[in-house]
Design a protein around this ligand. Structure first.
Ligand SMILES: Cc1cc2nc3c(=O)[nH]c(=O)nc-3n(C[C@H](O)[C@H](O)[C@H](O)COP(=O)(O)OP(=O)(O)OC[C@H]3O[C@@H](n4cnc5c(N)ncnc54)[C@H](O)[C@@H]3O)c2cc1C
Length: 536
């Protein structure tokens, strides 16, 4: 590698997708790769200690800290939209759950006209990326860089939750990523020996010594450069100084579902009227850039627990905190080694649904909202997540200033069906607490409380107190219709030398979590990029 600012590939964003791309593309000898990341290095120990998750929700050192526009469907609140701004991107601050979604999610992508994206097509890429603690089988890989581990130890409250599910007639499912997703079981987390397996530690770290990979942190890409309709490089700001890098083969945008459409729009790739409004020259009139935003809206029910064995009790007690710290230091067990939730159930709240439409999960802690101080009493939280929302929103620039945040308007709960399914999911989740298995652990329902009983009251509660799962996708949709942004090889339509490779390309939101699917997208994307540029 020379000090030259010209590379075969320039990758923008070192998150889930960008780290995979940097690894897989630089494994190809003779190809040079530049990875630009707006955030800094992942040096904070709290990134690597799983419980640090709670600390980074509102930490501007590693988080873009976006906020939505006021949401009519969510009590006119602005909803916090955390996004990782650090090596590893959101995978350095996420909740560590490893849940890929349903087979049918990917078959739906294929049926929407995206050849090569059905479940059978994408499964090899999930397997390739994965290092599954339980070993390899038809659905899992054990030789990939991304570590997937069982919970370090069960928790009695979560055991009771799983027993309650069986009491209510649901099946036990030990593997949501196997033959079928439906049922209840313990989660698996993206952990390597008790420490977070972020995209930076899993994919970037092993590639960092390669001479053909250069990583520049604190480099904020501000514009994609074009010659005609061919992307030729990227302009970026570092320490207030403008710089640029040339891409001989391709520019790969991997900034995530908010920043990728923002960067395209700032570069004149998006709705022409939007570019014109801000005096930006139109490179390609693609009306779908920034549209089709989807996320998992989530209701949260909080219970006061009758046993003082929740995280709230540990955080509130110095001796218990010391014991927890020692258990983590020596055994890599206990609350410090945990992801955002312990156990999950996939259910069909709408009996007519062909596959689960609600994800419900238990976390042995409680707070008024995600990221807030934990309650002073023993508490736990049940989350109720709408898996396949119909509601659609948008991400648009409202300034030509690349450092200004985009306007994020998700339009949560703007579909009647979304409301009906979420409401049914809330009721089904609440029923789990009225079982022999759970009754002895429930001191009281704290939020919304038993007086909140009618459908109207419950819906008001969901709107006023609900949050999100932090899974925005869809804003650079893959497809072939007029609103598609990339084709099935992730090339930006109508342009050359430019792809988007990250969560934003999902045409529809998967019925699970989004780290694993984004890694899969980048694994598959890397293969396509190397194939398509082999002759260059
Ligand atoms: C709080 C939280 C909890 C979550 N919990 C889970 C979970 O438990 N399980 C799960 O599967 N998923 C979870 N997710 C979602 C998951 O982490 C994301 O879906 C995934 O990381 C998306 O990958 P990405 O590559 O699209 O974007 P990101 O991982 O967000 O990466 C984008 C990167 O690009 C950089 N970037 C953006 N713009 C620019 C620019 N202009 N110039 C240079 N760099 C730029 C960003 O700083 C960032 O590093 C969670 C996310 C959050 C925020």
């Amino acid at each position: 590698m020379t000090a030259s600012d010209s590379y075969d590939f320039v990758v923008i964003g070192a998150g889930a997708a960008g780290c995979v791309l940097a690894n897989r593309l630089s494994a190809s000898q003779g190809r040079s790769v530049l990875l630009l990341e707006a955030g800094g290095k992942d040096v904070s120990p709290w990134i690597h200690i799983p419980l640090g998750y709670g600390k980074h929700f509102t930490n501007p050192a590693v988080n873009w800290l976006y906020s939505s526009e006021p949401q009519a469907g969510a009590g006119n609140r602005r909803i916090l939209q955390p996004r990782g701004k650090v090596l590893g991107g959101s995978t350095s601050i996420n909740g560590l759950l490893y849940i890929r979604g349903q087979h049918e999610d990917y078959d739906r992508w294929r049926d929407l006209g995206n050849a090569g994206w059905g479940y059978a097509d994408v499964l090899p890429y999930f397997r390739k990326s994965e290092n599954q603690q339980r070993g390899a089988d038809e659905y899992h890989g054990a030789e990939g860089p991304l570590w997937v581990s069982d919970v370090s130890e069960p928790h009695p409250l979560c055991d009771a939750y799983l027993a309650a599910a069986v009491e209510c007639g649901y099946r036990h499912n030990p593997d949501f990523n196997g033959a079928t997703q439906e049922g209840f079981g313990y989660n698996q987390w993206t952990l390597r020996k008790g420490l977070r397996s972020s995209a930076a530690t899993a994919f970037l770290r092993p590639a960092r010594r390669r001479a053909n990979l250069r990583v520049i942190t604190r480099a904020h890409a501000t514009r994609i450069l074009f010659r005609g309709t061919r992307a030729t490089g990227v302009e970026y700001l570092r320490d207030g100084i403008r710089a640029s890098a040339t891409a001989r083969a391709e520019v790969l945008v991997a900034g995530g579902s908010f920043n990728s459409p923002q960067l395209l729009q700032l570069s004149g790739v998006g709705p022409a009227s939007l570019s014109q409004r801000f005096g930006i020259g139109v490179v390609a009139d693609l009306p779908g850039v920034g549209m089709n935003l989807q996320d998992h809206y989530t209701g949260r029910i909080v219970y006061e627990c009758s046993e003082p064995f929740t995280l709230n009790d540990v955080v509130g007690s110095f001796p218990k905190s010391v014991v927890a710290a020692l258990r983590f230091a020596f055994l890599r067990k206990g609350f410090l080694a945990m992801g955002a939730s312990y156990a999950t159930g996939f259910i069909r709240a709408d009996p007519a649904a062909a596959t689960p439409d609600i994800q419900t999960s238990i976390s042995p802690f409680s707070a008024d909202k995600a990221g807030d101080k934990l309650h002073g009493f023993p508490g736990f939280t049940l989350s109720v997540r709408l898996l396949r929302p119909e509601s659609r929103g948008s991400v648009t620039i409202h300034s030509a200033d690349p450092l200004a945040p985009p306007a994020i308007a998700p339009n949560y709960l703007s579909s009647e069906k979304d409301c009906a399914v979420l409401l049914a999911g809330l009721k089904a989740t609440r029923r789990l607490m009225d079982t022999a298995a759970m009754r002895s652990y429930v001191a009281r329902e704290y939020d919304p409380g038993p007086s909140c009983a009618s459908d109207t009251d419950l819906m008001d509660f969901l709107r006023a107190r609900g949050g999100i799962a932090f899974h925005p996708v869809g804003t650079c949709k893959m497809g072939s219709d007029a609103s598609a942004v990339v084709d099935e090889r992730l090339r930006v339509r109508g342009l050359q030398g430019l792809r988007v490779v990250d969560a934003s390309i999902m045409p529809t939101l998967v019925s699970g979590n989004t780290y694993a699917p984004t890694v899969m997208i980048a694994e598959k994307g890397a293969d396509m990029i190397l194939e398509d540029t082999a002759a260059q």
